[in-house]
Design a protein around this ligand. Structure first.
Ligand code: IMP
Ligand code: MG
Length: 178
């Protein structure tokens, strides 16, 4: 597979993001809310670069996509939804693709009384966004290709790779998500 982002590149960028988040949230009650499952590796690395008291919560969200790329409503697993009332929430995901997942979650967190809601993504895919959302923190902008590794999967495989690679000859599987 073609490596798009090496382990060293990712680690260096995650360190930089951690520094920025640490500086900007200093003295505020930070809650990082990560979207399962693709964000797990990024989450684990990023929180160890933020020298602040913080809470971590995990969310399970899925948007059932139709035959083409029209996203259906976002389904949230209520069992996972943390109490965010009065907290400064940083929503974390592996990749910003169409933007439907994160923009729906920003609304949800606001409705649940978060004091502020920001977003952090490791990757942002060029030319794919259907919903306007400017991530507050972004690791890398990448071309429109299907990528795996560092948490990102193809049919639940490849999440454990320490780098991000382009899956050869692949089209995104219908309803890819998570
Ligand atoms: P969005 O709602 O279209 O922005 O969906 C983002 C979700 O789709 C991510 O959290 C990933 O789980 C998944 N996804 C999008 N592009 C890729 C990719 O290239 N590889 C693996 N998963 C992807
Ligand atoms: Mg995901």
């Amino acid at each position: 597979m073609d490596i798009l982002l090496s382990e060293a590149q990712i680690q260096e960028r995650v360190r930089q993001l951690g520094r920025r988040i640490e500086a900007e949230y200093h003295g505020r009650p930070l809650t990082i809310v990560a979207v399962l499952t693709g964000s797990l590796v990024f989450l684990a690395d990023l929180i160890r670069q933020i020298g602040l008291p913080l809470r971590v919560a995990l969310l399970q969200a899925s948007s059932y996509k139709g035959a083409v790329s029209t996203a259906g409503p976002l389904l949230l697993n209520e069992a996972f939804v943390p109490d965010v009332a009065g907290r400064d929430v940083l929503l974390l995901d592996d990749i910003l693709d169409t933007g439907h997942t994160l923009s729906a979650l920003v609304r949800q967190m606001t409705e649940r009384g978060a004091r502020s809601v920001r977003t952090v993504v490791l990757l942002r895919k060029l030319g794919r966004q259907e919903v306007h959302l400017e991530p507050d923190y972004c690791g890398f902008t990448i071309p429109d290709a299907f990528v795996v590794g560092y948490g990102l999967d193809y049919a639940d495989d490849y999440r454990h790779l320490p780098y991000v690679a382009i899956l050869p000859g692949s089209h995104p599987p219908p309803g890819a998500g998570g």
